[in-house]
Every structure is written in structure tokens, then in C-alpha cells.
Write a protein of this length. Structure first.
Length: 468
């Protein structure tokens, strides 16, 4: 076991049991001085003491050594970049010290900051008439997103379940639909039928539990029909696992829990169609060429983008990506994130970001290097995707996808190979959205920032009407 420091968690555990360091030391069979050193991260936790802690306090040893500091540091650093805190945020050493020595205080601060951001976002979208309790309540989608991000968008239990299915029911890309359809019939007694648009209307899939029948719309292309088969297999065969993971999500509403279950089943379906290790090898071999990976596994461009965000297995890690999908009005319809990219948290409403430009170039991958106001730099690619069309009313339902990573990983991507990565002129200055962006002289500004006043000179006209 590598060196593991658990000082804050150990101190919290001792205080929960209202013990002194000497009392805890007696329970563990060590000296009080050793407990003091552990609590101050001056000694690493040994396997023997870890087991003693687990036995004496009836806690899961995995919870004791779980390292959430990197996610907490990312969240804290992003929060401190908010203009509301002024121009001199704490440096990384101070932030790390706060996390090491006052983790509960940091958690409470982040919870308060998230409530502030949620209220601010709802005020901007709804006006000021909302009741306070409604303003401070996080949406189910936000809670689900945070749950996935806390797990780095990686669920080993679902990966293992998908791997077992591939062992029990092996199949090649060309046979995936036939094999999965037979598994539903032979293992679960579910008959799969492809139904006409006259019967299905605008519904793409119906799983009729009572009649053991799965109906798929003929509007679905082959790739999405296969995906739906894997999705329903998860709902049937992995229901207990889904319920177990869902119980830890923090989602309270029935609607939110149902949405969480759908997202987890989608994760399983992706893991079945794109097994972890072969998928990662293909990604590294092609330098993350999404089209080539999609062709190799017989899946869609969007499905590959989604799967790329899940490659966070400890001993087999891929490039940490964020993934965002927006409609023509800029509404975020899907988002997954294993990076510190805050646009993936709060929406893709900056017009300088090329995710919006991709609508003018359907099907074309558009690379872009971007820089946030705090100086963080990322490499992104954007491309459109089309929803199923099955009537005149459903035409032109195009969406835009964005996939990106931190600049330190850009050299691993084929899309960045033709650029001089040392050229500072590559980077487009973007922000979260105009309400929160402190940039001056931005030609695309659409709103006055909430926390700073831009200079106005009546004798001069600047790029926009908000500053001169």
C-alpha cells in the first residue's frame, strides 16, 4: 500500500466518538503520540492500524483511505476564482492547507458557495420573484452531475458487471444486435420488436415489463438500437446494483432518482459495447481519434465521446475529458466532467467558444484552444450530431457536442498534432457566461457583469455598449 495520510478523517472519527487521543490510542493499541502524529499527517497510515481502526470503530477501511482532496481542491480553486472574492485569491499552498487541516470547514464553504451559485443562476433565469427555499434548492440534474463528478464519472461496479456480460455472452461488433436480442429472449424472456412510426409516434423505446416485450422505433439507427438493448439488459439484470449505487447519489426526488437510474444504465450500456481495456487501447493507439474509435466498436460519435469521460480506472487511466452537449439555443442537454473545466459545470453560454460555431459546419470537427479568465487552458473539439428524424416536425433537431481536456494532455490527441502548442496566440479567451465573466473589451459581451463595473466613457464607443 502506498503512503496514506488520513489526519483530518482520523480526527473527525475520534471527535464523533467523543474520545481523547489517549482513548483512541488505547482502542488501537498504539501510543497517544502516534495518534497525534497521524492526525497531523506526520505519519502515514499502516495496514495494521488501518485494520485496527476498521475493527474498533466498525467503519469501512475503504472510506478511511478514500482520497477526495483532488476534487475538493479543484472545486475550492474554482470557487475562489469568482469575481465576488476580489482579485487576490489564496494560492494553491493555502488552499491545500485548508483542505488538510479544516476539511469540514472547506466542505461547508463549498456547500454555501454552491447554494449561492444556484440562487444566482435561478435569479438570472427566473427573475427575483422565486421563494428563498426554491432559489437554494439544487436541481436533480445538478445533484446527479455532482454525484457522477465525485466518482470521476467512473463506476467500477458497473464496469465489472459489463465485463461479466461480455464473458458470458461474447460477440463481435457485427453480431452485437443479434446476440443481445437473443440474450434478452433466452435469459430474461423478453421479446424485442421493431415497430413502425404509426405505432410508436415520437417514442423511441418502450420496455413493457408486464408483457415481457421491448419495442424499438424504426426511427432509431442501428447503433442506437444496439445501445437500447444493452440499456434494457442493465435495467433487468442489474436492478439491485443500480438501486445500490443510486441510494448513494444524494438525489431526493422520485424524478431525479429515475433520471439517475437512466444515466447509470447508459453507463453500463457504454461499458458493454466499448469494454474498458480494449477501448482504452484503441483510444491510445489512434491518439483519441473519435471517428476511428467509433468505427472500430460500431458505435456513434456521441457514444464514444461519452465513454471517453469514464476512463479513470486507477491502474489504467486515459486522458481526463469533459463532455458537453448543447442545443441551438445554448441549453446544456448533457454534461459529464472529470476535469476542472467550469464551463462543463455551469453551461456553454460563451459565444467565443466554438461549440456554437459548429452549427454552421455540420459534421465537421472544429478544434480550439481556450483560456478561462483564471488562466486555465484547455483543448477542445466541437462537432454537431443529429437526433432521429421521423416526421416533418422533427427535422433539424441538431445538437452540438464538445469534448475537451486540460492543455497538458493535448499532445496525446491527434486533433492537436498540427498546432504549435507553445504558441500563446493559439488561445481564445472565453468565460463561463457574461454575467460572471470579468473580461474587458470582449466583442461578444451580451450582459453587464454582476460583480464588477466596466468602464464607461461617454466620449468613446468600445467593442460593446457595456464598456468604452
Amino acid at each position: 500500500m502506498s503512503k496514506t495520510f488520513v489526519g483530518p478523517r482520523l480526527r473527525q472519527l475520534r471527535r464523533q466518538h467523543k474520545q481523547t487521543q489517549a482513548q483512541m490510542a488505547k482502542a488501537l493499541g498504539v501510543s497517544a503520540g502516534y495518534v497525534n502524529l497521524l492526525e497531523n499527517n506526520q505519519r502515514s497510515l499502516s495496514v495494521q492500524v488501518l485494520m485496527a481502526l476498521s475493527d474498533a470503530y466498525k467503519v469501512d477501511w475503504r472510506d478511511l483511505i478514500k482520497d477526495e482532496s483532488s476534487t475538493r481542491l479543484t472545486d475550492l480553486r474554482a470557487a475562489m476564482q469568482d469575481p465576488i472574492f476580489g482579485e487576490t485569491p489564496p494560492d494553491l499552498q493555502e488552499l491545500r492547507a485548508a483542505i488538510d487541516h479544516a476539511p469540514q470547514l472547506v466542505d461547508h464553504f463549498l456547500q454555501l458557495y454552491r447554494s449561492h451559485r444556484t440562487a444566482l443562476d435561478k435569479i438570472m433565469r427566473q427573475g427575483t420573484d422565486s421563494a428563498p427555499e426554491n432559489l437554494l434548492a439544487s436541481s436533480p440534474e445538478a445533484v446527479i452531475h455532482d454525484f457522477f463528478r465525485d466518482h470521476k464519472n467512473h463506476f467500477p461496479e458497473l464496469e465489472n458487471a459489463a465485463a461479466r456480460l461480455r464473458v458470458e455472452t461474447p460477440f463481435d461488433v457485427d453480431d452485437a444486435y443479434f446476440i443481445l436480442k437473443n440474450r434478452l429472449r433466452d435469459t430474461n424472456g423478453v421479446i424485442v420488436r421493431t415497430c413502425s412510426l404509426d405505432d410508436m409516434g415520437d417514442t423511441l423505446r418502450v420496455y413493457d415489463r408486464e408483457n415481457s416485450e421491448l419495442r424499438l422505433s424504426e426511427a432509431l439507427d442501428h447503433q442506437n438500437r444496439v445501445f437500447q438493448l444493452a440499456h434494457v439488459i442493465c435495467l433487468i439484470e442489474q436492478e439491485a446494483l443500480l438501486e445500490s449505487i443510486k441510494a448513494d447519489s444524494g438525489v431526493a426526488s422520485e424524478t431525479g432518482l429515475a433520471r439517475c437510474k437512466v444515466e447509470l444504465a447508459n453507463y453500463f450500456a457504454s461499458a458493454v459495447l466499448m469494454p474498458y481495456s480494449p477501448f482504452l487501447r484503441a483510444a491510445e493507439r489512434t491518439r483519441y481519434d473519435v471517428d476511428r474509435i467509433a468505427a472500430e466498436f460500431g458505435v456513434s460519435f456521441e457514444q464514444v465521446c461519452h465513454r471517453l469521460t469514464t476512463l479513470q480506472r486507477e491502474d489504467e487511466t486515459g486522458v481526463p475529458f469533459f463532455f458537453l452537449r448543447v442545443d441551438k439555443a445554448g441549453n446544456v442537454t448533457k454534461r459529464f466532467n472529470s476535469t476542472s473545466f467550469q464551463l462543463a459545470e455551469y453551461g456553454g453560454s460563451c459565444p467565443v467558444w466554438n461549440i456554437h460555431t459548429s452549427f454552421r459546419n455540420p459534421g465537421v470537427i472544429i478544434p480550439q484552444f481556450v483560456e478561462l479568465p483564471d488562466g486555465e487552458r484547455f483543448f477542445t473539439i466541437s462537432r454537431t450530431t443529429d437526433r432521429p428524424v421521423f416526421s416533418r416536425e422533427t427535422q433539424d433537431r441538431r445538437l452540438a457536442l464538445a469534448l475537451g481536456c486540460e492543455m497538458r494532455h493535448a499532445e496525446r490527441l491527434a486533433y492537436a498534432a498540427s498546432f504549435n502548442l507553445d504558441d500563446d496566440g493559439l488561445f481564445s479567451p472565453i468565460g463561463i457566461n457574461c454575467h460572471l465573466c470579468p473580461r474587458q473589451a470582449c466583442s461578444q459581451r451580451a450582459h453587464q457583469p454582476l460583480f464588477i463595473d466596466l468602464p464607461i466613457d461617454t466620449s468613446r464607443r468600445g467593442n460593446t455598449r457595456y464598456e468604452s
